[in-house]
Design a protein around this ligand. Sequence first.
Ligand code: MRU
Length: 365
Amino acid sequence: MQVNGQAYRSIWLAADGVGVEIIDQTRLPFHFHIVRLESVEQAMTAIRDMLVRGAPLIGATAAYGLCLGLRQHATTEAVENMAAQLIACRPTAINLRWAVERMLRLLLPLPPEQRLAAAYHEAGRICAEDVATNEAIGRHGATLIAAIHRNKKEGQPVNILTHCNAGWLATVDWGTALAPVYKAVELGIPVHVWVDETRPRNQGASLTAWELVAAHIPHHLIVDNAGGHLMQHGQVDCCIVGTDRTTASGDVCNKIGTYLKALAARDNGVPFYVALPGSTVDWTVSDGVAEIPIEERGEEEVLQLQGRDEAGTVHTVAIAPVATPAVNPAFDVTPARLVTGLITERGICAASRSGLLGLYPEQGQ
Ligand code: MRU
């Protein structure tokens, strides 16, 4: 996507073909800052501290992290250790495990001296595939937006509510939930996006809003609790969100607060779509509420806010009494029954085992 007239992806191989460059997302929207990763430890820190975040981008970063680690150690024991440590960096997004296991399947049968070149090649493929996958998600999702638009009054935009950031910053490019928005705009369909701020880390305010400003797409930032009210007043045509892990039966795990949006959408007859690549389906789990591990993050994320003053200096301030403790579950699970449809790179399906198997029949064998 374009930033200040220049095309960027969220991660790329540096010009020297060794280091890996990322956008430090903890500094957006205030500073556009590129960070070079040179070791597997730095890749782990980038994932853990959320310089990179979003399920597909975490996977891509882990794949390149393994490449960086292989520069130091290429033995089977070392590769397996690095893989385990990378997977442990964040527990919920399944793309992390998916990418690392894909790398292991390729690397471990090779002799150690061949592993480094093969790893860089495979990490590059994971990134390239992610871009193509998300563009396809965008094409399929745009047909839904076009259908809604056909039923709107002349000149009225399609109002789409999204939660967290599932735009190009959360993937290698295009995004998942925002890909249909970008594609609809390319088709000339007028859209307007309601952006949930997404406490506590405010990915909506700091990342989704930043993306939409850069793409000149009309949007408004809303507090997390506003969505239900807007739906009651007919101001939301559909919700589209991303997901960090979707079960084989179509339960959707995504950023905390997604479930409440899905409940409000169901109560108001608003379609609730989830956009995802096939790599986000965890075919080993069925009951999302019972089986998906939910990341618990530090209480400081809830007890503090970060913002910029008029001089441009970023400050962190407390918003609760010093003695008040907080809990901070980072994700929740929306049961499949509340999901209108899953938008994937292979098409749109029902959020159910049969719906998913219709698009991914190889998983049923
Ligand atoms: O904690 P984050 O910022 O990594 O969470 C990201 C999300 O919840 C996204 O909606 C999800 O990863 C889908 S992104 C394509």
